[in-house]
Design a protein around this ligand. Structure first.
Ligand code: G6P
Length: 366
């Protein structure tokens, strides 16, 4: 299979643009037209699980972090998350009636593979969520869940991240059903909202010209702060990671509620603060965090929907207007502005977007 940039300037741009198609593909592999979910054999008995352990490195770790909110809130299933390099040496107890899930685009990351081997004979089931199904992590697992993202070339992961989220969303939905946690109408709402996502991602890509314009401004910053709450906190972490990987600008992410416990000391008019805040149940709290930033001269870029922009009022430095989305699945949609801002900031700085310095696509040595 020959892979080219299909007219895009970088592989990363192509892979960002492909997301509506690959997400629809991933969803169709797990969610049947009648709304039932299909997992490859031997499946997962969520009703009899007491705990789920989610392990990954890099971007995959943030996908696990989002999934923790989904499994805990939708299915009432307690979840531990960790980066593989910490997990493997900590000698963590792996409780009975647990499944361990290893998330890896390449399926070859050395630390993640070592963490999987540590869990053999301890967890009831080893699950691999991978893009490369012939990989070591897939081979050594009991259950393999492909993410169907297609080959990803850009070192900074984009479509693999959102396809990982799509598979984890389906898995969380399956867990919620198996554990009897959803009413019929909640179930129908979540399914419809999941089906709407590829189309919403397509719509969200329309912010590109705005992201490009704002990216040129961000390129002048030395430090950038990302804030998010609840399910949007892991997206803030991913946004900061993406930005530092390819633009080499120092970026940090904080849970908005932690602002006053440290990062607020950094705020002045030289530090752009990117707030990822769809209009959800925590929106009012995000607005008061934003006001704390603005009161100290901070420049806020608000990434929200129309309702959010209306309620946030005036005073923000910049806004990116996102389509309305079901708050539960919003992390999947808000990956798009995180990716586009990082991409266009890096392009404005003239860095090597697809091959950033010192980074590798797959880290197969420790
Ligand atoms: C490297 C890549 C990242 C990736 C991480 C984990 O650091 O540059 O984009 O998230 O490895 O890779 P994996 O293949 O295990 O998902």
């Amino acid at each position: 299979q020959r892979i080219d940039k299909a007219g895009h300037r970088h592989f990363m741009a192509k892979e960002i643009a492909e997301q509506p198609v690959v997400l629809a593909e991933a969803l169709s592999r797990y969610l049947r037209p009648d709304g039932s979910l299909t997992l490859p054999e031997p499946g997962l008995d969520f009703a009899n699980l007491d705990r789920l352990v989610l392990i990954a490195c890099g971007t995959g770790h943030y996908a696990c972090h989002v999934a923790k909110y989904w499994f805990e809130q939708l299915a009432g299933l307690p979840v531990d998350i960790d980066v593989a390099s910490e997990f493997r040496y900590r000698e963590p107890p792996v409780p009975a009636r647990s499944a361990a899930l290893f998330l890896s685009q390449s399926g070859e990351t050395a630390d993640t593979l070592a963490a999987l081997r540590y869990c053999k004979g301890k967890a009831d089931r080893l699950v691999a969520v991978v893009n490369v199904t012939e990989s070591s992590i897939a081979r050594e697992s009991d259950l393999v869940l492909p993410i169907h993202a297609g080959v990803e070339i850009g070192v900074a992961s984009t479509k693999a991240f959102t396809c990982q989220l799509m598979v984890l969303a389906c898995l969380a939905l399956e867990a919620a059903r198996a554990r009897g946690r959803l009413t019929g109408s909640e179930d129908a709402r979540l399914v419809a909202a999941l089906r709407a996502l590829p189309g919403l991602v397509h719509q969200a890509l329309d912010i590109e010209p705005e992201a490009e314009r704002i990216g040129r401004k961000l390129a002048e910053a030395r430090d950038i702060l990302f804030l998010g709450r609840g399910r949007m906190y892991p997206l803030a972490l991913e946004g900061a990671l993406k930005l530092k990987e390819i633009s080499y600008i120092h970026a940090e992410a904080y849970a908005s509620g932690e602002l006053k416990h440290g990062p607020i000391a950094l705020i002045d008019d030289s530090v752009p603060v990117i707030v990822l805040a769809p209009h959800d149940e925590l929106f009012d709290k995000s607005v008061s965090n934003m006001q704390e930033v603005m009161a100290r001269g901070g420049r806020v870029l608000l990434v929200s929907d129309r309702k959010g922009a209306e309620e946030a009022g005036t005073g923000v430095w910049e806004e990116l207007a996102m389509p309305q989305v079901d708050p539960v699945w919003a992390p999947l949609l808000y990956a798009i502005p995180a990716q586009l801002l990082a991409y266009h900031t890096a392009v404005a700085k003239g860095t090597d977007v697809d091959q950033p310095r010192n980074l590798a696509k797959s880290v197969t040595v420790e």
